[in-house]
Design a protein. Structure first.
Lengths: 215, 215
DNA sequence: GTCTATAGGGAGATAGAC
DNA sequence: GTCTATCTCCCTATAGAC
């Protein structure tokens, strides 16, 4: 995977920086994280960071791009696995939840990147690539929704609004470890809670909230 | 409403600061907003801010507390208006959407405050009050959900998980003006889109996503 | 590829005149 | 209640030795 790594088990400095930055940016946001602190976490001098990334914005763009690619990969694999539109959508939601649960920084950073566009200076190549990746994710999910509607498996809904709804209900609960834990009384990333979350969300999409008898 | 205002139509400096800070903090986050910039927007010198608020964290706490009170007031009024649990929940969701649509900064700042707890130093009196307000909001919504379940109007669901789901799907779409506009092709705060959002969300809660024929 | 040293600027906050 | 001037600290980024 990494052409420069003779020993795949040893993580390069670049990857160590990316991992540490991901955690810090996710928890506290771009502006609140200083390179001094990041360097401390990684175990390097502050200046050494600039040998791997040319600037702080560029580092953030790299972190953000890596997460978007991870999510895009998950979406593509999940939707490619076949089945009816209903099966594919339900599997997609489950797989995304598993991904977000396995990578605690992803949901926070994804959510941030969706409403912190003002944060970053501008138009590095990595940011442009990320825009494309994000657009690809959205269009893939839209496609399965439209497919299900066309096949008569889904109600007739407004696809863009449903897209926003799905993002909110899938991503948000994993974006806030502390608040989520307050509400649930348990760590949302704990396997049992993850499983329950998948079940509850699947049932809500299948049946809505109203009781069958009340219909 | 303001005891010190002889002329209610003239906004005090304190309120001007709160309004400007609310907009800036919502768009860019706590750490990214400098007091110099805030002072410029308000039209004051930087030092004058410290005559109205003792520190930046305390100012942020005041802004955050004001928003939480606004939302809490909306929740209490909406739930107090009576009707069945179904009617009260549906009205609550509609009223919250109207509030978030009317106050574009609220959704962003609320969402931030739900997953940026690490942002702020600690335990000012205003933050403790805010914690109580937030807890009150959550317990009020939980109450109507449990009531509907007990009355057999709602399916048997896991209330805390549904709470997280509702927050995500109600708040998130209004937290990101730019991304939301990209997805919808229109400004999410436009009256027509707000109306459609309320309808789509109500229908999703009533029926889920699956087509009636497919059941 | 990592380090020390430092430049250059902006941050939050204070002092004190008006 | 607002201002100017200033303090101290930390920020991103660079220079250059090893």
């Amino acid at each position: 995977m990494n052409a420069t790594a003779a020993h795949p088990h040893e993580q390069s400095s670049r990857d160590k920086i990316l991992d540490a930055a991901e955690g810090l940016f996710a928890r506290r946001g771009y502006a609140a994280v200083g390179l001094r602190e990041l360097a401390e976490v990684v175990g390097l001098g502050k200046s050494s960071l600039f040998h791997h990334f040319e600037s702080k914005p560029q580092l953030y763009a790299a972190v953000s791009a890596r997460i978007l690619k991870r999510i895009d990969g998950c979406v593509e694999r999940s939707l490619a696995a076949g089945g009816s539109a209903v099966q594919r959508l339900e599997r997609l939601v489950e797989d995304l939840i598993d991904l977000l649960a396995a990578q605690p920084a992803d949901a926070r950073l994804l959510l941030r990147s969706l409403f912190e566009d003002d944060d970053l200076p501008g138009e590095t190549p990595e940011e442009i690539e990320s825009k494309g990746t994000l657009a690809n994710i959205m269009s893939s999910i839209s496609a399965v929704l439209r497919e299900g509607m066309d096949a008569g498996q889904f109600r007739t809904v407004h696809v863009p609004h449903l897209l926003l709804t799905l993002i909110g209900q899938v991503v948000f609960p994993f974006a806030s470890r502390e608040f989520g834990a307050d509400i649930l009384g348990k760590d949302p990333f704990e396997p049992g809670e993850v499983k329950r979350r998948k079940r509850e969300l699947r049932d809500l999409l299948r049946h809505g909230l109203l009781a069958p008898l009340g219909r």
